[in-house]
Every structure is written in C-alpha cells, then in structure tokens.
Design a protein around this ligand. Structure first.
Ligand SMILES: NC(=O)c1ccc[n+]([C@@H]2O[C@H](COP(=O)([O-])OP(=O)(O)OC[C@H]3O[C@@H](n4cnc5c(N)ncnc54)[C@H](O)[C@@H]3O)[C@@H](O)[C@H]2O)c1
Length: 72
C-alpha cells in the first residue's frame, strides 16, 4: 500500500499537495492542527479546506496533531 503523509495539509500548499497526490497514492494521511487560527484568528481558520478535502477524497485521512511533538 502506498501511503503519503502531508503536514500542514489544510493550508495552501499542503491542500494542493493532497489534490496532487490523492490519485497517485492509496492513502493520504494529512496532519494539521489548525494552528493558523491560533496565530491569526478564526478568520484564518483552515477548517473550510479540511472539510473540502474530506468530502472530495475518499482516501484522505485527517489527524489533528501538532507536528512539533513537545513530549519528546
Ligand atoms: N504560500 C506560499 O506562496 C509559499 C511559498 C513558498 C513557501 N511557503 C512556505 O510553505 C509553508 C506552508 O505555507 P502555506 O502557504 O501552505 O501556509 P498555510 O498557513 O496556508 O498552511 C500551513 C498549515 O500548517 C498548519 N500548521 C501550522 N503549524 C502546525 C503544527 N505545529 N502542527 C500541525 N499543523 C500546523 C496550519 O494550521 C496551516 O493549515 C510555510 O513555511 C511557508 O513559508 C509558502
């Protein structure tokens, strides 16, 4: 099984990467915790893009994870 992991998957570049790779991989694992909304306010939220990707691609799986992983 071919799996692609895309960080920042709800953002501008990440979501375009999901569009590009969705037909080339069996599973796309997106990692994004919408930190953009934390930094820039709710108008900057990328939730709308996450919803779009989830509706559009059956093989897209989202994980609300902080890539910085402060625990380690
Ligand atoms: N937009 C451009 O034209 C452009 C061009 C070249 C390079 N870049 C660089 O590419 C990167 C992404 O740019 P973008 O335009 O897609 O930004 P963006 O703000 O649209 O997307 C970034 C995404 O990453 C998520 N994110 C941020 N911190 C996170 C964390 N700790 N854990 C999980 N998710 C997190 C945000 O919530 C957001 O959805 C940036 O480093 C930017 O400087 C952007």
């Amino acid at each position: 099984m071919k799996i692609a992991i895309i960080t920042g998957s709800s953002g501008l570049i990440g979501s375009e990467a999901v569009h590009f790779f969705a037909s080339k991989f069996d599973l796309i694992v997106g990692v994004d915790n919408n930190l953009r909304a934390y930094f820039f306010g709710k108008d900057a939220s990328t939730d709308w893009n996450l919803k779009n990707l989830s509706e559009k691609f059956q093989n897209f799986e989202h994980h609300n994870i902080d890539i910085r992983d402060f625990g380690h």
